[in-house]
Design a protein around this ligand. Sequence first.
Ligand SMILES: Cc1ncc(COP(=O)(O)O)c(C=O)c1O
Length: 369
Amino acid sequence: MSTPGAPLPTYDWEPTTDFLARKYGLPRESIVRFDVNTSPVPPDLRRVLSGPFFPVLSEYPPSDYNDLVEAANLAYGADADELLPTAGADEALDLTARAFLREGSVAVVATPTYAMYRIVSEQRGASVVAVPRLGADDGFALDIAALAAAARSAQLVWICEPNNPTGACESRERIAELLALIAADAASDGRIAPVVVVDEAYAEFVGRSVLPLRFEYPRLVVVRTLSKAHALAGVRVGFAVARPETLAPVVSFRAPASVSTVSAALAGAALMRPDLAAANVARITEQRTRLIRDLAALGWAPYPSVTNFILIRFSSASAAASAGEELLRKGLVPRTFGTGHPLADCLRLTVRSEEENDRLIEVARGIRA
Ligand SMILES: Cc1ncc(COP(=O)(O)O)c(C=O)c1O
């Protein structure tokens, strides 16, 4: 719970490329972001920016984002009244926290995971109950019994699927089992079931979604984004997807027109070209296999991944920190986890283009795991 007047928790943004170039005395163009899980090759949407589809910049976007929602309807298989376009998945997470959490609420987070769930929950004054995932030997799987038990006193449960930063995923059956347990518990106590958010930012990399479960568990909110498989992180478009009655309070917190006309046009065009995202996923999957193989051959210890990033375990937290620093000195930016984090002995590396991955392997050759 927040103390009145205490600073609210905030997201520590990654240092900028310019900052790192200055700090390490490197040319800006030589810096490669292996830390932010973006895709290096954007889709070719020049037609949208130059052709008759170019949005009217002097006007606000239509309040129903009709074209974008229609494209999302085809892409995700959800009805128009189940789809809320947002400024990236992050806005969907924030709006969901605003809709369902307040001072004194409880939010459950399956950890280790994406930092924003804790941040947006605590910003609303909720207390966060962390339920650790099982260990690496169990594929970082969700502890379903512990999550269901914690959910008994919660208003919101946050799950990242596939999970950032472990890169692992659950079967839809296990998520269904968790939702059924939570629903049964709530029904037997006569409580309203908590909202369960499944953040599917990386869903395209596994080619499946838990969205169909919204009919069995109407308090499910699924979050999607154009930032990862669609390679449009700079465009800032995501969605909250839920049954209309669950989505309604989320809708009411979005500022009018938070997604710009330009972003809506680009995202709509990208969603109408699933072949481009599929090609990107295929390219990344091939590069991921190759990176894992090459890093393992150097004596590094990458975990299996279904996403566009790889978690790598080092012999100690200090070995991870010095490997991170070595990479940075060569302009390759890894994601590190601070002291005290359960993954402090790990680095997370985004799968990038073939040439950038080559550079990574070359530099990694000289670094002890
Ligand atoms: C799990 C997860 N959710 C959401 C986001 C943010 O996505 P967006 O760029 O759509 O705000 C990220 C970005 O790294 C993420 O890893």
